[in-house]
Every structure is written in structure tokens, then in C-alpha cells.
Design a protein around this ligand. Structure first.
Ligand SMILES: [Zn+2]
Length: 76
């Protein structure tokens, strides 16, 4: 059992079952990430996702499916 540092309720497991705050066992309180750090990581993650979305646009999987479907239609 832990006391959730976020909502203060008793929680067990890796996440608080009340507010889903991740309980990091063995990590001192001052080792917690700062809001600034979290914001920077979130921004980084969003940028990476945007790049991945752009890469996905270059080879759209729907196009492959539709061309295959078109071939199948032509055969029939
Ligand atoms: Zn909590």
C-alpha cells in the first residue's frame, strides 16, 4: 500500500487506482520530474508523433488497399 502523492489516497500497484497517478517505487520525492520537464517531454512526443504521421502520409496504407481492391474488381 502507498499513499498517492497526487491525491493522497491509499493506493496499491504501479498506478493510483483513484487518479491513475504512476506510483514510482524507490524513487525519492525530489526525484520526481518537474512540470517543465514533463511539458518538454510531451512536446517532444507530440513532435515525434507528427513526424510519424507525416511519414505515414508518404505511403498511405489505404492507397495500397484500394489499388489491390481495384485489381480485384477488374478481374471480376
Ligand atoms: Zn491518486
Amino acid at each position: 500500500m502507498f499513499r498517492c502523492p497526487n491525491c493522497g489516497l491509499k493506493a496499491s500497484g504501479d498506478y493510483c487506482q483513484w487518479c491513475h497517478y504512476p506510483i514510482l517505487r524507490g524513487v525519492p520525492k525530489r526525484g520526481r520530474k518537474s512540470k517543465k520537464q514533463e511539458a518538454a517531454e510531451a512536446r517532444e512526443r507530440a513532435q515525434r508523433e507528427a513526424v510519424e504521421a507525416k511519414e505515414a502520409e508518404v505511403v498511405p496504407p489505404t492507397r495500397v488497399i484500394t489499388s489491390k481492391a481495384a485489381n480485384r474488381l477488374e478481374r471480376h
